[in-house]
Structures are given as structure tokens and as C-alpha cells.
Design a protein around this ligand. Structure first.
Ligand SMILES: Cc1ncc(COP(=O)(O)O)c(C=O)c1O
Length: 428
């Protein structure tokens, strides 16, 4: 910590346990005092241009007045109310609006409070869908290498078992079927055979459509999703599309599945759902899934109910966020960002040690052979005035869709300059 660290940080840091950090060696976090638009203001007065939008959530930039006003109004009326036996307007309106954005048969929304929990709920729904029909043996899922679906236990089991963050837990996690994404003929054959072998024990297939995010920003073509949908159909399996990262325009269409023309049976949403303001998750099920829970037997109900599910403040933020998708040209902004990421990151191709440069929607990725000193790279980026969080071999940008051209140009040119310097000094 620097000499000028604020008092709250000096006193509080010894009591904080930070995410994904080896606390013995991690660099101290930067104290933030305010955000505005695509700027992060630090306690020492510095301002960083944000290239990450707080883990891909703040798609309209920080503190958008329309969302802020909606949350304040809701705070005055009712900050929270339990959803058990009670309901409120923000949740009902949000369910109506989310299902209107989805293909028609996806028409039932279960709210929770985070992305991981929305995936847990999707998995529980898929298993119970079978249990309610008297099929007790279908408790497994097929998921993909490179996947990331969250950090809770069921979610960890469907993440990449080796490259993911959860290899340490492999001995205690439920064993799932992990396949390569069927990106070519050979892999398609392997995928089809795996399905044939395991379909009888599967509750469903889980996929992050078009982009595997935290697993390495790995892109795949829409045909891949169509193959997966066709495989699921052949074996009567539920397809769960985890759109927690890709949903709300990030890949260029409102939802990534739209680009492939496929309709999943269950969709999970979070992150940009509230425009990055408050935690909220949604698991949206098709009427076929929902109908399997209708019964005169109480045990056929979905026994799940997070205390803060459908929190009214979060739902108000999400409704306001959807207003902005209706009234401001978000998808056009994504298309423009996409073009600028493509041209702005292009010079990285000539930097020694760069393996690939790729862009999809408002996601720009520079993949290196290796990043030998991740902390040093992070430090240099901050010193250059940008907030970019490289991980593994990846340096990436997922800016707010409202980012100004000049700020986006600074982000891309800073990445180029820092990587050039990093490579010259033999660090990449
Ligand atoms: C595709 C995907 N699924 C699930 C999650 C987990 O969401 P949360 O961190 O809100 O639990 C993430 C988070 O990065 C994600 O990218």
C-alpha cells in the first residue's frame, strides 16, 4: 500500500478476503472512490479509462442517470420484499419484458441473485424435469472444454476441469461429461459418439453460446451451436444456454443464440441484466420444462427460493436497463465498437509473442503465447491510465457500449504500446 492510502483501506484490507487472489502475494487492490461513464476515479485522484465494465456488467457505463433514478424511486417505495407469497410490480414487469425478448416458448422466469445461482437453478430444473417424469438416473450434464459457468459447486463441475479455476476440487465435484466443442468434422463425430454413449444419464447440455468467456475468450461459429442443438434434439435432451456473459448485446445481437437461430430450453442471464448496477440472476425456462413441474404432488414443485430473489431495486435497475436498450442505439454502438476494436488491436498481430487477435461484438482479445509476469503487465496498464485485467494468456477489452471513440482509441493504443514494450523487454 502506498503512503497516501486512505484510512479505510489501511484499516480494512487486513480483514478483506479478495476474489481469485493468493492473499500472500497479491498486489494490494486500488482504492476506488467514484465511477462515472467509463471512468474509474481512484482515491489518489487518478482516473482510469475502464476497458472491462466491471466484469462485463456496466454496458451503459457507470451511473447512467436513467438507471440511477429508477433505483432511487424504488428505494423510496420499497427496497426489498420477499417473493414467497408476495410479488411486486418490478419483478412482474421484468419477467414480462425478458420473455418478450426471448423466442416464444421461453416464457417462465425464475429470479435469483447472481449468475452462478441462476446456473445452479437451471441445472436443478433440468434434473428435476426428469425426476418429475419418473426418470431418476439422469443427473449428469454434458459441458465443454474451455467452459466457465460460475464458482458454486454444481457450476464448478461444468467448468473446464483442467484449464478452469477449479481443478483442485476435482475429487469432490460431481463427475460430468466434458466434450470438445464440435468445431470441426472430427470433433463433431466425437461429440455425437459421446452423446450416444451418455444420453441415458444426461439431464442436459450446457453451453456458453458463441463465446467462452472466463475460460479464455474463445469464440466459436454459430454452426457449432446448431450442431449442439441438433444433438440435444436427437437425444431428447434439454439445452441450457448460459448467456450470462453474452446476453444483452455483447456479441452483437441481443442474445448470442439469436445469431445461430437456435432456441434453447433454458437460458441463464445476469451481469448486464441490471446494467451492472445490482446483483440479479434470471433462469428462463420453456413452457415444456415448466409444465413438467405442474402436478398435484407438492414435491414436484421447484424447491428453490433465494432470500433476495427478484430484489425490487435490482429489478428496477434491470427494467431501466431494458428501457435504455429500447431508447438508445446499443446494438449499433456494439457494431461500431467492434469495428474500432478490430482496427485498434490489429497492430498487436506484429508484436512478437502474440498468438492471435480476435474480435466478436464488443469483445476484443489479444492472446499471447504466454504472459510470464501478469502482475507486472497489470501494473503497467494502470500506470498508462487504463483499467484492463489480463488473465491466463489473454489481454481483452469488453468496454461499456457507451464508450466515447477517444477513450476506446486510448484503450486499444495503450494495449498495443504496453504489449510492444512488454515484448521488447522479454516479458511476454
Ligand atoms: C458465462 C458465465 N456464467 C456464469 C458466471 C457466474 O456469474 P456470477 O459471477 O454472477 O456468479 C459467469 C461469470 O463470469 C459467466 O461468465
Amino acid at each position: 500500500m502506498s503512503a497516501g492510502s486512505p484510512n479505510w483501506l489501511t484499516r480494512g484490507l487486513p480483514h478483506l478476503w479478495l476474489p481469485y487472489s493468493q492473499m500472500q502475494t497479491a498486489a494490494p487492490p486500488l482504492p476506488v472512490v467514484a465511477t462515472q461513464g467509463t471512468r474509474i476515479k481512484l482515491a489518489d485522484g487518478r482516473e482510469l479509462i475502464d476497458g472491462i465494465a466491471s466484469w462485463w456488467t456496466a454496458c451503459h457505463g457507470y451511473n447512467h442517470p436513467h438507471i440511477r433514478e429508477a433505483v432511487i424511486r424504488q428505494l423510496d417505495a420499497m427496497p426489498h420484499i420477499m417473493l414467497g407469497g408476495l410479488v411486486h410490480e418490478q419483478a412482474a414487469r421484468l419477467a414480462t419484458r425478458l420473455t418478450a425478448l426471448m423466442p416464444r416458448r421461453l416464457d417462465r422466469v425464475f429470479f435469483s441473485d447472481s449468475g452462478s445461482v441462476s446456473v445452479e437453478v437451471a441445472m436443478k430444473m433440468a434434473i428435476q424435469y426428469r425426476l418429475n417424469q419418473g426418470e431418476a438416473r439422469r443427473g449428469k450434464f454434458l459441458a465443454f472444454r474451455g467452459a466457465y459457468h460460475g464458482d458454486t459447486f454444481a457450476c464448478m463441475s461444468v467448468c473446464d476441469p483442467e484449464e478452469g479455476m477449479h481443478a483442485l476440487f476435482s475429487g469432490v465435484l460431481p463427475r460430468q461429461i466434458i466434450a470438445e466443442l464440435p468445431t470441426d468434422e472430427a470433433r463433431l463425430g466425437v461429440f455425437d459418439r459421446l452423446l450416444e454413449q451418455h444420453a441415458h444419464e444426461l439431464a442436459g447440455i450446457l453451453v456458453e453460446p458463441l463465446v467462452q468467456g472466463a475460460g479464455g475468450m474463445i469464440f466459436h461459429a454459430p454452426e457449432v451451436l446448431r450442431h449442439i442443438r441438433a444433438g440435444a434434439d436427437r437425444h431428447g435432451l434439454l439445452l441450457i444456454a448460459d448467456e450470462i456473459f453474452t446476453g444483452f448485446g455483447r456479441t452483437g445481437t441481443m442474445f448470442a443464440c439469436e445469431a445461430a437461430g437456435i432456441v434453447p430450453d433454458i437460458v441463464t442471464l445476469s451481469k448486464a441484466l441490471t446494467g451492472g448496477t445490482l446483483g440479479l440472476g434470471a433462469t428462463i425456462a420453456s413452457s415444456v420444462v415448466f409444465d413438467a413441474f405442474l402436478s398435484d404432488r407438492p414435491e414436484h414443485a421447484l424447491m428453490h427460493g433465494p432470500t433476495f430473489m427478484a430484489n425490487p431495486l435490482a429489478c428496477a435497475a434491470a427494467n431501466a436497463s431494458l428501457d435504455l436498450f429500447e431508447t438508445e442505439p446499443r446494438l449499433a454502438q456494439v457494431a461500431k465498437i467492434s469495428a474500432r476494436l478490430t482496427s485498434g488491436l490489429e497492430p498487436c498481430r506484429d508484436i512478437p509473442g502474440v498468438r492471435d487477435v480476435r474480435v466478436k461484438g464488443a469483445i476484443g482479445v489479444v492472446e499471447l503465447e504466454k504472459i510470464s509476469d501478469l502482475n507486472d503487465l497489470k501494473r503497467r496498464l494502470v500506470e498508462a491510465g487504463v483499467w484492463v485485467r489480463p488473465f491466463g494468456r489473454i489481454v481483452y477489452l469488453t468496454p461499456a457500449f457507451t464508450i466515447e471513440d477517444a477513450d476506446l482509441a486510448t484503450l486499444t493504443s495503450t494495449i498495443v504500446a504496453v504489449l510492444q514494450d512488454f515484448s521488447r523487454n522479454g516479458a511476454a
